[in-house]
Ligand binder design. Structure first.
Ligand code: NAP
Length: 397
């Protein structure tokens, strides 16, 4: 029996995780569900999974959660303990009953609790890639020091993990991560200035949260994944390639020095990598679509267009710069994506805001989670100023 805390239970990964739990009630129990502000979904999850603790982002949401539970008809004696804020996230991963944490918050909200899970030697199913983008050095040092099991849930890294299990890591010379190419793969560069948030949110193969979906449209997400892969598997950035594969069925490949390539292939369904992270090293049957090999199909593999999607290149550069550069990259991108989704800046300004923030933030070497979060806050503030400047110049023009 595994006892889980799910950080980000109301999101796309969180709800898929709960579906895996739903199918395997005799194997998993939920200790805590942690969400941001989506009270409606959290209440229905509490009623179904009966966690011991439920966490939300802030005190206003906590009050709404209490009111919603009161009107749900659940007797007070059956309520979970209700908590809020970052210390509560740490508390629910640290509880001695919990052996497994699914880290699926979006952004750096999950950094401290994920770091603490690793420090306590728990199994962590990691979807929240911003944890390694912002704090890869610190988190991986803690993994090594405390013997934690950090299993990637991100489909490409999960695929890479599966491929690397097949052979000797030292004999592998290259990792290839696939990318769908997003909704603008075939959009001419000159038309990108006019694309809308609705178009950018229309991902061709995956249904995910808004931030990652926009990051897929700019290929920033793939850049984050390159950084994540370098930390997880000990590759240099020059050993990690990105290949556009619009069918999103081959997730990752590894190449040996002798030129042989192994690929991990599965349908686009996140329940497979989530379940893998929970059951590893065992495998269980899963109710996910299987590939029908009786149906003819073609798979394409194309090189990415680094000029059309400059954020991908910026991610390689930031990883090579090291220190706080990738933390600033993530923070600035989050602010720029938020501004784009709110209609405050255009699509092309996402890159401008991110690269300008990077050029204005000195590179530091954070040694604690607190220092990383300070850099994150400063980078966001800088990016917000740049969003306002960009808006002012549009209004003036
Ligand atoms: N979706 C995918 O298929 C996929 C694949 C690979 C990797 N990932 C990564 O997995 C992470 C989650 O992605 P997603 O698509 O599931 O995002 P999502 O649908 O936007 O869900 C994000 C989750 O984080 C919660 N959250 C936000 N702020 C919080 C806070 N301050 N405290 C606690 N919880 C907070 C949200 O709560 P509320 O909704 O209640 O506010 C929600 O449960 C991201 O890092 C993403 O890059 C996702």
């Amino acid at each position: 029996m595994r006892t889980l805390t799910i950080l980000g239970s109301t999101g796309s990964i969180g709800t898929n995780t709960l579906d895996v739990v739903r199918q395997n009630r005799s194997v998993y129990q939920v200790y805590a569900l942690a969400a941001g502000r989506n009270v409606k979904t959290l209440v229905s999850q509490i009623l179904e999974f009966r966690p011991k603790v439920a966490v939300v982002a802030d005190s206003d949401t906590l009050q709404r959660l209490g009111e919603a539970l009161a009107s749900s008809g659940l007797p007070r004696t059956a309520w979970p303990d209700l908590l809020c804020g970052p210390p509560a996230l740490v508390q629910v991963v640290a509880a001695p009953e919990v052996d497994t944490v699914i880290s699926a918050c979006v952004g750096v909200a999950g950094l401290e609790a994920t770091y603490e899970s690793v420090r306590l030697g728990k199994r962590v199913g990691l979807a929240n890639k911003e944890v390694l983008v912002s704090g890869g050095k610190l988190v991986m040092e803690a993994v090594r020091e405390h013997g934690a099991e950090l299993l990637p849930v991100d489909s490409e890294h999960n695929g890479a993990h599966q491929c690397l299990e097949a052979g000797n890591r030292k004999a592998v010379s290259r990792l290839i991560l696939t990318a769908s190419g997003g909704p603008f793969r075939n959009t001419p560069r000159e038309d990108l200035a006019r694309v809308t948030p609705e178009q950018a949110l229309n991902h061709p193969t995956w249904r995910m949260g808004n931030r990652i979906t926009i990051d897929c449209a700019t290929l920033m997400n793939k850049g984050f994944e390159v950084i994540e892969a370098c930390w997880l598997f000990g590759f240099a950035s020059s050993e990690v390639d990105v290949v556009i594969h619009p069918q999103s069925t081959v997730h990752a490949m590894i190449e040996y020095g002798d030129g042989s390539v192994l690929a991990q292939i599965s349908a686009t369904d996140m329940r497979m990598p989530i379940q893998y992270a929970l059951t590893y090293p065992e495998r269980r049957d899963a109710p996910v679509p299987k590939i029908d090999w009786k149906v003819a199909r073609s798979w394409e593999f194309l090189p990415p267009d680094f000029e059309k999607f400059p954020l991908l290149n910026l991610a390689y550069q930031c990883h090579d710069t090291g220190g706080s550069a990738t933390c600033t990259l993530n923070a600035a991108d989050e602010i720029a994506v938020e501004a784009f989704l709110a209609g405050r800046i255009g699509y092309l300004s996402i890159y401008e805001i991110v690269s300008e923030t990077l050029s204005r933030m000195p590179v530091r070497n954070p040694r604690t989670v607190g220092e990383i979060l300070d850099i994150d806050r400063e980078s966001r503030a800088k990016a917000r100023e740049l969003v306002e400047t960009a808006r002012a110049s549009v209004v003036t023009a």
